[in-house]
Design a protein around this ligand. Structure first.
Ligand code: FE2
Length: 310
């Protein structure tokens, strides 16, 4: 069992900031970190998104964190919500779609106590929860990419949460209810364990994408939104986010998922909203751009600077 500490402190036991931190492997490829085997020329089409991530990293330097908690669409679990439950993972993570861009040697430390606390709080809310205890587990590229782009030093322990199949097995509405409950479980676990947490929702917005890759994946001529419909949805969603209309965003989320093939259907953004108590707080959009035609936004909610308390 975990012990409750610093419930009432202004600095401990709270979600300090929440971020929408999408995970196109192209962005890691373009940044050429030493951990990634493929090498890019650096002349890629994704400069706007990379600049957005750079701006968010600068902004996050103003806050202090004990842990990064990420919800990832690319650890898909058939039964319930899983959390990494081993203190250290090391290995090679390969994107199954883009092995030419992402073969990343990862070395991650896990906050197992916090993961177990989220597990317990989730169970209390009726969710099916599971701890992943296999030390040989290959951590998914969604977790690694979002963590790398947000905090490349990997100097904080992480908690990684899988995406259950509730939206796909039942309905968008069932999925949304589960993710709000999982968000609440995350929030309470953070408070009870006294962590200062940075939350990452690792998903794109619109997600209809091209099915053919150009010979040069960095060719800017290839990169644009897939269709006007999904671009319009992305603009609308970002307008709601900037104005702090997060309740309306959740009301419209099932339609957004269906009409723009949104990756939000894996639950990450709704989990983040639930964890932040669906605040009436505008998100700061640091960047927006396309990757193989999908719409991606880098957004930060500065809860620590807001009057809204989470
Ligand atoms: Fe994805």
């Amino acid at each position: 069992m975990y012990s409750a500490v610093n419930h009432n402190s202004k600095t401990k036991g709270r979600i300090v900031r929440g971020c929408l931190a999408p995970h196109p492997p192209h962005l890691v490829f373009a940044a050429n970190p030493p951990q990634n085997e493929p090498q890019a020329s650096g002349a890629g089409a994704w400069q706007g998104l990379l600049a957005g991530y750079a701006a968010m990293r600068r902004s996050l330097e103003a806050a202090e964190f004990d842990v990064v908690i990420v919800h990832t669409p690319h650890w898909k679990t058939r039964r319930g919500h899983h959390l990494l439950g081993v203190e250290h993972f090391k290995g090679l993570s390969v994107d199954p779609i883009f092995p030419n861009l992402f073969r990343f040697n990862f070395d991650l430390h896990i906050d197992v106590e916090l993961a177990e606390a989220i597990h317990a709080e989730g169970e209390q809310r009726g969710l099916v929860m599971s701890m992943m205890r296999n030390p040989e587990f290959r951590v998914d590229y969604g977790t690694i990419t979002s963590c790398y782009l947000t905090r490349p030093a990997f100097d904080l322990p992480i908690v990684a949460i899988s995406s259950a199949r509730s939206y796909f097995d039942y309905s968008n509405e069932v999925g949304e209810r589960e993710m709000l409950a999982l968000g609440e479980a995350t929030k309470i676990a953070v408070e009870k364990t006294g962590r200062r947490a940075l939350l990452l929702a690792s998903c794109s917005l619109s997600h209809r994408h091209f099915t053919e890759e150009p010979e040069d994946p960095e060719d800017p001529a290839f990169e644009h939104i897939y269709n006007a419909n999904q671009a319009k949805w992305d603009r609308h969603v970002l307008d709601l986010i900037e104005r702090g209309c997060n309740r309306q965003l959740l009301d419209e989320m099932p339609d957004f998922m269906e009409q723009s093939a949104s990756e939000c259907k894996d639950g990450s953004l709704t989990w983040l909203m639930g964890a932040m108590d669906v605040p009436q707080l505008g998100g700061i959009v640091h960047g927006y751009g396309t990757v193989i035609g999908t719409g991606n936004a880098v957004v930060e909610w500065r809860l620590d600077q807001a009057e809204v308390q989470v």
